[in-house]
Design a protein around this ligand. Structure first.
Ligand SMILES: *[C@@H]1O[C@H](CO)[C@@H](O)[C@H](O)[C@H]1NC(C)=O
Ligand SMILES: *[C@@H]1O[C@H](CO)[C@@H](O)[C@H](O)[C@H]1NC(C)=O
Ligand SMILES: *[C@@H]1O[C@H](CO)[C@@H](O)[C@H](O)[C@H]1NC(C)=O
Length: 534
């Protein structure tokens, strides 16, 4: 009997292992940010190359698809987030009336988050009736990789189409305040800063107050301004009720992958099902540097500083006075500078030691030996590339996780951070000079070595975990059951209340007992005295 069972188990395992080598994988990435897709693309590609059948729903279909890789394009649903943000927007911050810093920080987090909700609801309202997606959801899959950023819409759609598939939540960043509950990991605001804060894990009383308020706000914001509204959109479209969207998403999620690694992004609580794969998108192959840039690099004998505010901000909308401050500071450097600036000539616009170019092959340039430092906005992808090559960085954060990333760059010794609105010629020049110092360059190399030191390469780790979920699905519990507790149970408020009641009852009982005892003694004493007197 036992032998039979053993043989059966082995057979079952073999069947599962077999499945894992050519599984049907569904990728759902309904966010318009190109940088997010850049994180997931190498994983999806590699899964197809390993013999899986991969279907990917996204705004960014691949140019050269591997075999057995199917794209379901969302192009046309919403405008893409490429060079769309006007830099003048960040001037208005100067107009805010003077308030204490902690209040300003909370307000910034509250205002910054709203566009993410508008974006999610807009995309969701289109997704519900997008036929190519409906067709993809009618097929069967062994696992689903679902981006977990600002929306749970596709979880609702998977439910509508009866797709009960083990799901891996994919984060192109670290955890946000609404991500932690999905897997049951703690983001206790006493020491876990909110993703959009300026804080580190060691906080003063006021900082903890700020962090707690922001933490609660962000959780409630997601619940009421995104999740419940998406539920409404889905129910309205399909004309029927569905279970709570949060429960649907939570129950199907087996694990979560985050594009972070503790030595850069901070040591935070983890679970077996919360896997750090920071760096998995880094492409070891070079895509090539244009000749005119290479010539510029070659003739720079003091090295080159690379400067880019990433793909979302439209650098050419920078107000003139601010640009002048930056240009003045940069022109004082011994080094040459390559600045990504959209309105430049075909082969770059040269002004003294500065070359403004429309577009940069960022990772290739960072790896070039002439490039010695980076000035960026603190987007996680750029930060990851910089830590990978071990060159120091000046972070000029704008929004989202950028302030936190900048703070972490300082904390770990990768560089310095200076908020955009604090920039003056003098401060900018001094900050770059510090970043270019020998100590900072040495420190960045050390940070890089620690970051690279891992048991498994991040992409291999991601592949292992996807295939593990394919093999075992929900049979392999990777989350903690804290995700099923309500806030009263989780914070032990019921236990605290019961304890207080018990203590009060105990005090009252003790008092009663004592007074009873006291009365008894008094009575017996009195009677003894009476006896003696008689
Ligand atoms: C693609 O799928 C077919 C059918 O499952 C399989 O025979 C083939 O080997 C796969 N291709 C690759 C590159 O894995
Ligand atoms: C989620 O799981 C819980 C417990 O495992 C169950 O009680 C609940 O009905 C499930 N909800 C949905 C929507 O699947
Ligand atoms: C730059 O220098 C390298 C080696 O020093 C050389 O191979 C390359 O051709 C040069 N490129 C240009 C555009 O001058």
């Amino acid at each position: 009997m036992r032998a039979h069972f053993a043989i059966f188990s082995v057979a079952a395992v073999l069947v599962f292992v077999n499945n894992a080598s050519s599984a049907r994988i569904l990728g759902l990435f309904p966010h318009t940010g190109k940088s997010h897709q850049m994180v997931f693309e190498p994983l999806l590609r590699r899964l197809a190359e390993r013999g899986h059948h991969v279907t990917v729903v996204s705004f960014f279909p691949l140019k050269n698809r591997p075999e057995n890789y199917t794209d379901v394009s969302l192009e046309g649903i919403a405008s893409l987030g490429v060079e769309t943000i006007d830099m003048a927007e960040f001037e208005s911050y100067n107009g805010i009336v003077e308030v204490p810093l902690w209040i300003e920080n909370i307000m910034r987090q509250i205002f910054d988050i709203n566009p993410l909700g508008d974006m999610a609801l807009n995309v969701c309202s289109k997704l519900v009736s997008w036929q190519p997606l409906a067709e993809a959801l009618r097929k069967d899959y062994d696992v689903a990789l679902v981006e977990f950023f600002n929306s749970d819409c596709v979880h609702g759609l998977m439910h509508v189409y009866g797709k009960k598939v083990p799901t891996i939540a994919m984060l192109s960043s670290g955890l946000m305040q609404w991500s932690a509950d999905r897997i049951g990991v703690t983001d206790n605001p006493a020491y876990v800063p909110t993703f959009s804060s300026f804080l580190t894990s060691r906080m003063t009383f006021m900082e903890r107050l700020e962090n707690t308020i922001a933490n609660c706000y962000l959780k409630l914001w997601y619940r009421y301004k995104v999740q419940m509204k998406e539920q409404e959109i889905i129910e309205r479209h399909f004309g029927r009720k569905i279970p709570d969207l949060n429960d649907i998403a939570k129950n199907s999620t087996t694990m979560m992958m985050a594009n972070v690694f503790h030595s850069l992004n901070g040591a935070k609580p983890l679970l077996p099902g919360l896997v750090e794969v920071g760096g998995m998108h880094l492409n070891p192959k070079s895509t090539g540097i244009p000749l005119y840039m290479e010539r510029f690099l070659n003739e720079s004998d003091q090295g080159v500083v690379l400067f880019s505010f990433g793909s979302l901000l439209k650098t050419s909308t920078i107000p003139e006075y601010k640009e002048q401050m930056i240009m003045n500071a940069l022109s004082r450097l011994k080094q040459n500078v390559i600045w990504k600036y959209e309105n430049s000539a075909e082969e770059g616009t040269r002004i003294g030691n500065i070359l403004k170019v429309r577009w940069i092959p960022q990772y290739d340039l960072l790896r070039h030996k002439k490039v010695i430092a980076f000035i960026g906005h603190g987007g996680l992808l750029g930060m990851t590339e910089v830590v990978s090559v071990g060159k120091p960085m000046l972070v000029v954060p704008f929004f989202g996780d950028q302030p936190y990333n900048g703070k972490m760059a300082e904390e770990v010794g990768l560089g310095l951070s200076i908020p955009y609105r604090h920039i003056t010629e003098k401060r900018f020049y001094e900050a770059i000079s510090t970043v270019l110092s020998a100590e900072m360059r040495l420190s960045a190399r050390r940070v890089s070595k620690i970051w690279h030191d891992r048991e498994t390469k991040p992409l291999d780790k991601a592949i292992y975990w996807v295939e593990r979920v394919i093999r075992w699905g929900h049979q392999d519990p990777l989350h903690s059951s804290s995700r099923d507790l309500n806030i009263i149970q989780l914070s032990l408020l019921d236990i605290a209340a019961a304890s207080i009641v018990a203590i009060i009852v105990l005090i009252i009982l003790t008092k009663l007992l004592l007074s009873l005892l006291f009365r008894l003694i008094k009575v017996s004493f009195n009677s003894k005295v009476k006896d003696k007197l008689h």
